[in-house]
Design a protein around this ligand. Sequence first.
Ligand SMILES: C[S@@+](CC[C@H](N)C(=O)[O-])C[C@H]1O[C@@H](n2cnc3c(N)ncnc32)[C@H](O)[C@@H]1O
Length: 286
Amino acid sequence: MADGFSVPLTVEQMYGDWGMEWEDAIAKTDSSLGPRPRTSMYETLGAWGISPGSHVLDIGGRDGAQALDLAERFGVRVLSVDPVQANIDAGAEPIADHEHGHLVESRIGSIDAIPAGDDTFEAVFSRDMMGHVADLEGALGECRRVLKPGGVMVIHDVFATPLLEPAESARLCADLAQVPERLDIGLFERIVEQAGFVIESVDRVGSEWLEHLLEPEDGEKRLLRAARLNRDRDQFVEAMGVVPFRVVQANNLWTIYRMIGKLEDRVYLIRSQGGPTDSTGTGHTA
Ligand SMILES: C[S@@+](CC[C@H](N)C(=O)[O-])C[C@H]1O[C@@H](n2cnc3c(N)ncnc32)[C@H](O)[C@@H]1O
């Protein structure tokens, strides 16, 4: 028995004497493992060496909330870029009212055409948005254009593990505007390198951020909601409309799959290699 997992259990093993009661075994899983919050991503940026006065791009920054966090934490100037006008509008007042709001600017735009000049930023921050990007190599090329030579990107993304079934992947991608190829870790890493970046570190966050989020509340609520939506689909579609139903249910499953290891959260620190791209646009001459 190499690891105890490779052979099916017998009925005797399953129901027999474990040397402990069921309740005692379950109780062992009720203690927190001390998961990190999702702000651990800020620490990745801080450890790289961001300093007050540096200029940071938050791409896919939604309403600018994490731009404000970065400004407050590091004293950096942050440009938050998002393509959805409602997100920009939602952030206008919080940014204006925030103590560090003067360090934050929010602009409409996309990673495909970043509204900033060449060599502007020391760092690009991207949390939970690359999954929406069809042309990842082009997008990373745009980030490289606006980065100063040697600048870095801190990228959080969610990837599929071998446990995610094709039908589960197809449903999630269709309902969350997710590009299916972006779930592929190997492809992501290849494109990062083709775009002229070096992978400096990979933080396999796994389920930590969600454990941290859900420990104070009843995490099982997501399961209950998913079960109810599944069981009485027509009633919920009638009550909320088909698009909200699809997005809400896919969000439940996205969370549950990240909790049980069908999806894996990772944070990459990647560094732009200085100099121009080569004539193919896919490699590097420097
Ligand atoms: C899941 S939200 C994450 C928001 C924020 N980064 C966070 O972690 O709270 C994804 C964000 O990516 C933005 N987005 C989608 N496509 C984009 C694109 N092509 N360029 C930049 N942002 C994009 C969406 O508008 C949305 O605000």
